[in-house]
Design a protein around this ligand. Structure first.
Ligand SMILES: C[C@H](O)[C@H](O)[C@@H](O)C(=O)CO
Ligand SMILES: [Mn+2]
Length: 417
């Protein structure tokens, strides 16, 4: 049977429960996933005076072929985009600027250093998102940046964040879609602090300074990303969830929830509905923490499906800005992007294909038997046939056919680096 014939047959199963499959596919097409560029080069970046990765994050593995310059990185992203259905966005860090061999300090980065990225994004009709980089730098060596006790150090990072928002604004103006500029800092302590308040007070003041200048949200949207712990900040992280939740609500900023930044059994899927009652939008870094914030490539597991469900059934596809944040250097990096991003999209499709209204009604009626029965039966509905058809429609490889393309690319391009 052809992909289309399989689809037509599968569609009937879903339609019996009132699911409009064509409508689901149309909706899915309009959802951009912000794909993080840093999977392609193990968060190295292109600074002339490149430093070792720091900030309590780590990339393990040494699979050959990583991108070592912007052209290679863009070419690898293009390859991945050609294997992922839909129109997506690319998320950059400040260390991915291009400065023509010149050392440009982080507090002096300018839109012009990202001109090539913007031209490339225009060529591909995609949006760009941005992140200041407050790690892998001598001024962040002791693990403190915006909360640093030393004013000069703090001011340096404040200027970096201000410069980053301007770059976000530039992306938004040039590309006609607002950039999400997300601030994540590593600040914290390895051991039990004697004062938790003072660093948080300093972080709050630094953020106030960074956001002093209003930037039109048509061009740039600010987000702040919390964390629970990192390597070297096991006992205390200044920018905790409660810290940023409060800050974001009070200052009309977006909270960015990274799925690896909570206690091992604490799930982001359960936070989405609660937070959307109090803020119009929120942002995600979807990652897969294996026992810690390990940033494994996301798989279609229960939590990823639950995240998709929470976004879809709460009608929040345009309220939750979905970004990815994983980095695995032990496998082909183009494959890592492809697997992870296809999984994110699959989770949304899975959610769009559930009879969500019926399931909600069961719950309201106290009919928990039917609720559980349907949840479980739908797990073996012919979801794959709908997904395959979507891929075919979007002109990307069906099933694992994309893997052959990655292998060819590895043979012809990556292995020659
Ligand atoms: C490189 C990313 O910005 C970084 O991973 C950050 O988002 C994070 O999640 C740190 O743990
Ligand atoms: Mn993150």
């Amino acid at each position: 049977m052809s992909v289309k014939e399989n689809f037509e047959k599968a569609k009937l199963d879903y339609e019996r429960w009132g699911v409009n499959v064509e409508e689901a596919l149309e909706k899915l097409k309009s959802v951009p996933i912000s794909i993080h560029c840093w999977q392609g080069d193990d968060i190295g970046g292109f600074e002339v005076n490149q430093q070792e990765l720091s900030g309590g994050i780590d990339v393990t593995g040494n699979y050959p072929g990583k991108a070592t310059n912007p052209e290679q990185l863009r070419s690898d992203i293009e390859k991945a985009l050609s294997l992922i259905p839909g129109k997506h966005r690319i998320n950059l860090h400040a260390i991915y600027g291009e400065t023509n061999g010149e050392v440009v300090e982080r507090d002096e980065i300018k839109p012009e250093h990202f001109e090539n990225w913007v031209n490339w994004a225009k060529q591909h009709g995609i949006g760009l998102d941005f992140n200041p980089t407050l790690f892998s730098h001598p001024k962040a060596e002791d693990g403190l940046t915006l909360a640093h006790p030393d004013k000069e150090t703090r001011d340096f990072w404040i200027r970096h964040c201000i410069a980053s928002r301007k770059i976000g604004e530039y992306f938004g103006k040039e590309l006609g879609t607002p950039a999400l500029t997300n601030i994540w800092i590593p600040d914290g302590y390895k051991d039990i602090p004697s004062d938790r308040l003072t660093p948080r007070q300093r972080l709050k003041d630094s953020l106030d300074e960074i956001f002093k200048e209003e930037i039109d949200e048509k061009y740039n949207i600010d987000a702040v990303e919390s964390k629970l712990f990192g390597i070297g900040s096991e006992a205390y992280v200044v920018g905790s969830h409660e810290f940023y939740l409060g800050y974001a609500l009070k200052n009309n900023k977006l909270c960015l929830l990274d799925t690896g930044h909570y206690h091992p059994t604490e799930v982001v899927s359960n936070k989405i509905s609660a937070m959307l009652l109090y803020s119009d939008q929120l942002a995600l870094h979807v990652s897969r923490p294996v026992r810690w914030d390990s940033d494994h490539v996301i798989v279609l597991d229960d939590e990823l499906r639950e995240i998709g469900l929470e976004i879809v059934r709460n009608d929040a596809l345009d309220k939750v800005m979905i970004g990815l944040d994983f980095f695995d250097a032990s496998i082909n990096r183009v494959a890592a992007w492809t697997i992870g991003t296809r999984n994110m999209i699959k989770s949304l499709l899975y959610a769009l294909l559930l009879p969500n209204d019926t399931l909600k009604q069961f719950q309201e009626e106290g009919n928990f038997t039917d609720r559980l029965a349907l949840f479980e039966e739908f797990k073996t509905y012919p979801f794959g046939a709908i997904w395959d058809y979507y891929c075919e429609q979007m002109e990307v490889p069906v099933k694992e056919a994309w893997l052959d393309e990655v292998k060819t690319y590895e043979k012809e391009v990556l292995s020659k680096r």
